[in-house]
Ligand binder design. Structure first.
Ligand code: SME
Length: 162
């Protein structure tokens, strides 16, 4: 695996394009899920200066997400499927981009400073095994570009040993 990650690009497309091969290298040959998820969050945080929080919520019981590896402030631990942005993304198995968290009914405010958010489900065999959640202190920090590239990160994460 690589010892560090680096980004030269200034646009987020460029930085995501630099991120993907570095993520593949980070997880290559390592079978430990927690270690791999932890490294993915650290690399994503380095890639996305606009992110205030990057982390995984893992499906641990039927229809319940539990906090996994993350970078940022302490966060709520358990989220039921269907609750908040994370639980809605897991239940509906779709990526959700929230430009303004105050306008999302049921948003769970782990960090009062968070203003926008994107949540991407990680699917294996039709099952949502986890979600990837990225928050920002800026409004409308995430858009279709993030949905596309974080979708690729989720596809890579789906290849890990769940
Ligand atoms: N805001 C999320 C909860 C997780 S924290 O943002 C880390 C939600 O509404 O599901």
């Amino acid at each position: 695996m690589a010892d560090s990650v680096a980004f030269a690009g200034t646009s987020k497309r460029e930085r995501y394009a630099e991120l993907l091969p570095q993520l593949a290298s980070l997880v290559d040959g390592e079978s430990d899920l927690v270690a791999n998820l932890a490294n993915i969050t650290a690399a994503l945080r380095a890639c996305l200066p606009i992110a205030s929080w990057v982390g995984f919520y893992v499906t641990r019981a039927p229809n319940e997400l539990v906090l996994g590896p993350f970078q940022g402030n302490v966060a709520c631990v358990r989220i039921a499927f269907g609750r908040g942005v994370c639980g809605t993304a897991a239940a509906e198995r779709r990526t959700i981009v929230v430009e303004d968290v105050d306008a999302f009914p049921g948003h769970i405010a782990c960090d009062a400073g968070s203003k926008s958010e994107i949540v991407v489900p990680i699917m294996t065999g039709g099952r949502c095994v986890a979600v990837l959640d990225v928050d920002s202190y800026e409004r409308a920090a995430f858009d279709a570009v993030d949905a596309e590239w974080l979708g690729k990160v989720a596809e890579l994460a789906a290849t890990l040993r769940w």
